[in-house]
Design a binder for this molecule. Structure first.
Ligand SMILES: [Zn+2]
Length: 538
């Protein structure tokens, strides 16, 4: 206790030195004793004034400064090797051997068996002989002051932050605090529990890996003793894989269990924990824009069937490859406001899309760099696609695109070959139709991926005109068999099927309305997707 400052000593439980003596005879390291007492202070834990013990039975040496320093060094070299840049804050998420949670429970039971439960001077019950109001007030004052102790405060002795909690500090939290302290010192990054950048640290301890089988067996037996529970034949449904599962299982164990299994009294372990994995992970960044597609050999997203590529190139990849490398992302997820078929062009002002960049390592990409990327995409992909209004957006903004899926209108231009020529009068009749209601049964060509349903769709407007010179009939009228239809439809209307009728599955259709044997779509282009998102950038 000689290394504790007066500010910390003032907040320790009255029986702190007895607790400390008991834990020391149980071979706990100095830092484990401090965390059991609820003390949290990064500079104190990092200090070499505390003793070293790589064999501590309740942290397996994890709380030794050598462990946190070596983890922090590995993290900083990984930051360098993976070319991370533009980070300001970080969060540490340790994945520790779950048997440590079992040992934390054993500490609590050991202390209470020795009448050393942590006493913070708060009586749990209101003693009857006191005036209820007064003692309630006294208790709430104490509670308030105890609550305040949880919050980090400045230690006047050295101007460093500290807090004293009523409960044991988890090994996980103590380790995260120590590693965070070192990483901050080495990199200047700020530790922030809300940071979008996470460092995942995994540790293993082979020596004790199998030690909790008895917990599983014991839980099985306890379940069999409960009459309304079916006996468990195999241990299959007692899952002990996560920290919280182990914490819950450990709560069912008592002091005698730990004595019988020779945890108590605690003995030093033979080996220390090994750091087996470090992962650096950042939440996704989002880039949005609009795209045009000028090729009938490029699909919207990558198309595969049974692992074979169906179309060599996709809008998703033509844009994604550039953005992945700009942001040093692990990959991307592409979403667009609807999609066109491979053989359909996307003209006009383009189709809104966004790209989610997964685990982007460059956090300092400016809007100007995104604009340069847009120019590069347009230069290298010329004749295939074109991107406009490319910009960084917040994740929250991408909902505009998701929400638009069922409400947006689209306009198309389609070139149709008729089996028999028709008159200009017939075409004008089509042009005069407004809000034509359709019944569309799921097209045969997409039945593999959509459920077979009849859907109500609307053709809001049509502008139909001849696309060739026509033939003069004996009646003195010109007739035409190649026509262009510009149309605006409700979301999700299948335009090709509206032309050729899909064997009568779309009613009515151009084929039916013109009374011809067949109406074949020669070319289809999307002219406009009516969604004002993302905002215009130029
Ligand atoms: Zn320890």
């Amino acid at each position: 206790m000689e290394f504790l400052t007066p500010a910390i000593l003032a907040l320790l439980p009255s029986n702190a030195s007895e607790i400390s003596d008991n834990l020391r005879t149980n071979n706990l390291c100095d830092r484990c004793i401090l965390r059991v007492l609820g003390v949290r202070k990064a500079t104190l834990f990092a200090s070499s004034n505390l003793g070293t013990s790589h064999r501590c039975p309740t942290c397996f040496g994890l709380l030794q400064p050598t462990t946190s320093t070596s983890a922090a060094l590995k993290i900083t070299s990984k930051l360098r090797d993976e070319h991370w840049s533009g980070l300001t804050s970080f969060f540490i998420a340790p994945h520790l051997p779950i048997q440590l949670a079992l040992r934390s429970r054993a500490i609590d039971l050991l202390l209470s068996a020795n009448n050393l439960s942590i006493d913070r001077g708060v009586s749990k019950r209101v003693p009857k002989k006191f005036d209820r109001n007064q003692s309630n007030k006294a208790n709430s004052d104490r509670r308030a002051s105890n609550k305040a102790n949880h919050l980090p405060q400045l230690d006047p002795a050295d101007n460093q932050l500290f807090s004293v909690s009523q409960k044991q500090i988890d090994v996980k939290d103590a380790l995260a605090m120590m590693v965070a302290h070192e990483v901050s010192r080495m990199t200047g990054l700020v530790f922030d529990p809300k940071a979008a950048f996470h460092v995942e640290l995994a540790f293993e301890h082979g020596e004790t890996e199998k030690e909790f089988e008895w917990v599983r067996e014991q839980r099985k037996r306890t379940r069999q003793d409960v009459p309304w529970r079916k006996p468990v034949e195999s241990g299959g449904d007692i899952v002990l894989e996560t920290w919280n599962q182990m914490v819950n299982a450990a709560m069912m164990l008592d002091y005698q269990d730990f004595v019988r299994e020779e945890y108590i009294p605690f003995k030093p372990v033979n080996s220390e924990c090994a750091c087996t994995e470090i992962k650096l992970v950042h939440l996704s960044l989002f880039v949005a824009g609009r795209y045009n597609k000028y090729s009938r050999e490029v699909s919207n997203a990558r198309m595969e069937y049974n692992g074979e590529r169906l179309v060599a190139e996709s809008v998703e990849e033509l844009i994604g490859e550039h953005l992945d490398s700009l942001f040093h992302a692990d990959g991307h997820n592409f979403a667009s406001s609807g999609r066109e078929d491979v053989d359909v062009l996307m003209l006009g002002s383009g189709r809104p899309f966004y790209m989610e960049l997964v685990n982007p390592k460059k956090q300092d990409i400016s809007q100007n760099q995104v604009r340069v990327a847009q120019e590069q995409i347009n230069k290298t992909r010329e004749g295939k696609i074109r991107v406009t209004h490319l910009q960084l957006v917040e994740k929250d903004e991408t909902k505009h695109l998701k929400n638009s899926a069922s409400t947006k209108r689209k306009s198309y231009s389609t070139l149709v070959q008729l089996s028999k020529p028709v008159t200009l009068h017939q075409l004008n009749e089509l042009s005069n139709m407004k809000d034509l209601a359709l019944k569309q049964q799921t097209p045969i060509r997409v039945m593999r991926s959509r459920s077979d349903l009849e859907r109500d769709k609307v053709v809001h407007e049509m502008n139909v005109y001849p696309e060739n010179e026509g033939v003069l009939r004996e009646t003195g009228e010109y007739v035409y068999d190649l026509i262009r239809i510009d149309l605006t439809t409700s979301a999700g209307t299948y335009v090709k099927e509206f032309c050729h009728s899909d064997g009568g599955r779309t009613v009515p259709s151009i084929k039916e309305l013109l009374g011809v044997e067949s109406a074949t779509v020669v070319a289809l282009d999307v002219l406009q997707v009516f969604l004002d998102w993302p905002k215009e950038t130029e």
